[in-house]
Design a protein around this ligand. Structure first.
Ligand code: FNR
Length: 383
């Protein structure tokens, strides 16, 4: 077994153990990938202020998100086709999150259905909704999320049209993969992945499959799905969904102070400052750069979670010190899943928690709740 010490190790194993089209799907951004790269390089520009001779005993990384205790202020972001990175990947990720004590978010575009995950997860999870043109589909899936007792609805606002990711087009991304010669050759080298995949029935989009009328195979299901994102999504539709849902409501994909103000006026319980991990508007600024202006616009009226670019516990520390209520990760846990299944997601979470804890201690802090701007050294003109 290779020794895993950081998220980069999990990423290397993920690349080795998962078919190329699914690894590439995870590890890519849209167009030139400028925003994808800057999500991580901007974190690196913020430095930490070391403090010595401070009592660092009795530390805690515990926080709360939407009023519930979490082992650290972090949740797993929704990731489409998680069940293609590893068989039943959504169930594995949900179980790892529950065991570790942080919220898991299931994507509309998951392979395992809401019902599959509800049956297998020991804890309630958040459900992420993409608004589709088919209003009946939206109504039905909101009702399914209610029946599965999802503890929050996460409405994603930054994907009414798909930002192009070149690798997905070149690889002919589909779920399950088409059996072309290059795909068969590539998959034959991913033994564990293949054995697990043969052992599951879940290989299509579990939330969508019954709704896509006239769709007969994976490729046409992919096309149907990508044509379904609603270009007419506006705040009136958001209000309709909020009222239908009636429970904890989170708006994901806010990257602008004015939008954040509207979202807070709207009564959202939380917003997620996100550029979709650099997968949508290439050229947008990183989430961490946008965070302070958004916090100011929100003025404490709802919780604010930072998502996009987190690869280390130090990044979590930086986001919290700037004032985020919590943080979210996508690729960091998907690398764990692709590397080692459920155990890999648990390893990713433990790595991040330890890095957060150690860095916090070396900054002279004992409680994540006490982190503040004074723990950071920020280059002039950064925000
Ligand atoms: C995503 N993301 C995403 N977001 C969403 O609301 N619904 C979805 O189905 C998906 N699907 C998806 C697939 C893959 C492969 C990735 C990498 C990301 C975006 C995700 O929720 C989150 O915003 C980003 O992953 C955060 O950036 P990092 O942590 O990956 O840098």
């Amino acid at each position: 077994m290779p020794v895993v010490t950081c998220i980069q190790d999990l990423k290397d194993l993920h690349r080795k153990r998962t078919p190329k089209m699914f690894y590439d799907y995870c590890e890519s951004g849209s167009y030139t990938e400028q925003t994808f790269r800057e999500n991580t390089s901007d974190f690196a520009q913020i430095r930490l202020r070391q403090k010595v001779a401070v009592d660092m005993s009795g530390r805690t990384t515990e926080g709360t998100m939407l009023g519930r205790k979490a082992a650290m202020p972090l949740a797993l972001s929704p990731v489409g086709m998680t069940g293609m990175q590893r068989a039943d990947g959504e169930i594995k990720a949900a179980r790892a999150a529950a065991k570790f004590g942080v919220p898991y978010t299931l994507s509309t575009m998951s392979i395992c259905s809401i019902e599959d995950v509800h049956a297998a997860s020991p804890e309630p999870f958040w459900f992420q909704l993409y608004v589709m043109k088919d209003a009946e589909f939206v109504d039905a899936i909101v009702e399914r999320a209610k029946r599965a007792q999802c503890s929050a609805l996460v409405l994603t606002l930054d994907l009414q049209i798909l930002g192009q990711r070149h690798k997905d087009l070149k690889n002919g991304l589909s779920a399950p993969p088409r059996l072309t010669l290059p795909n068969i050759v590539n998959m034959a080298t991913k033994v564990q992945w293949g054995l697990e995949m043969l052992g599951t029935r879940r290989r299509f989009f579990g939330n969508i499959v019954g709704h896509a009328k006239g769709v007969s195979d994976a490729a046409s299901l992919m096309t149907w799905t990508s044509e379904q994102f609603d270009p007419q999504l506006d705040w009136a539709k958001v209000a309709r969904i909020r009222d239908q849902w009636g429970g904890k409501f989170i708006l994901k994909g806010i990257l602008d102070a004015e939008d954040a103000r509207i979202a807070a006026d709207f009564g959202a319980d939380a917003i997620i400052v996100s550029n979709h991990g650099g997968r949508q508007l290439d050229g947008a600024l990183s989430s961490i750069r946008m965070l302070p202006s958004i916090l100011e616009a929100v003025g404490g009226r709802c919780e604010v979670y930072l998502d996009s670019g987190i690869r280390q516990g130090q990044d979590i520390l930086k986001a919290l010190a700037l004032g985020a209520t919590g943080t979210m990760i996508g690729r960091a846990y998907i690398h764990g899943l692709g590397a080692m299944g459920q155990q890999g997601v648990e390893t990713a979470l433990e790595i991040l928690r330890k890095e957060l804890d150690t860095s916090m201690a070396l900054c002279g802090e004992r409680d994540v709740a006490n982190l503040r701007r004074g723990n950071l050294m920020i280059p002039k003109g950064f925000f």
